[in-house]
Design a protein around this ligand. Structure first.
Ligand code: AMP
Length: 137
């Protein structure tokens, strides 16, 4: 991450307001300013890194601990039964704010929520290749 604070860094610094949903010593959650649906929440670590793979184990664990709790609260308050958790890394992967964040996006009966294109392939390159790939990763 560069020297300039991101918009989420500025929210953490208190320079920009947010509609806070949840906060503890490691995590802040707030309403997305451009919601895809009612109850669209962003969950961010206080650790200032751009990408998921840069997170410390401690920050990752703190996020993992609260994501289900915040999802339950979003479900209870908005009445949604379905939702997506989205986490983008890199501009080509639709990341616009370079501070790690998880979207919790309710899918409502009116169709609002995350629209997805999912061009699924097939893992047909042979057992050997798939096994080697899995092992390498
Ligand atoms: P992404 O494309 O995953 O980087 O998503 C960034 C998200 O941040 C978008 O959904 C924006 O609507 C949201 N966003 C940007 N600025 C703010 C802000 N000041 N307060 C709340 N959400 C914001």
């Amino acid at each position: 991450m560069g020297d300039e604070p991101t918009i989420f860094g500025r929210i953490l610094d208190g320079d920009i307001p947010c509609h806070r949903v949840y906060e503890d010593q490691d995590v802040l959650a707030f309403l997305d300013v451009g919601p895809l649906s009612l109850g669209h929440v962003l969950v961010i670590p206080k650790e200032r890194v751009a990408f998921l793979h840069e997170l410390s184990d401690e920050a990752a664990a703190a996020l993992g601990r609260v994501l289900p709790r915040i999802a339950r609260a979003v479900m209870e308050v908005t009445g949604c039964a379905d939702y997506n958790v989205l986490q983008n890394n890199g501009a080509d992967a639709h990341q616009a704010v370079f501070h790690v964040h998880f979207h919790i996006i309710p899918k409502h009966a009116d169709g609002s929520g995350l629209g997805l294109v999912w061009p699924a392939g097939e893992l047909v390159q042979g057992e050997t290749l798939a096994a080697a790939l899995a092992e390498a990763i």
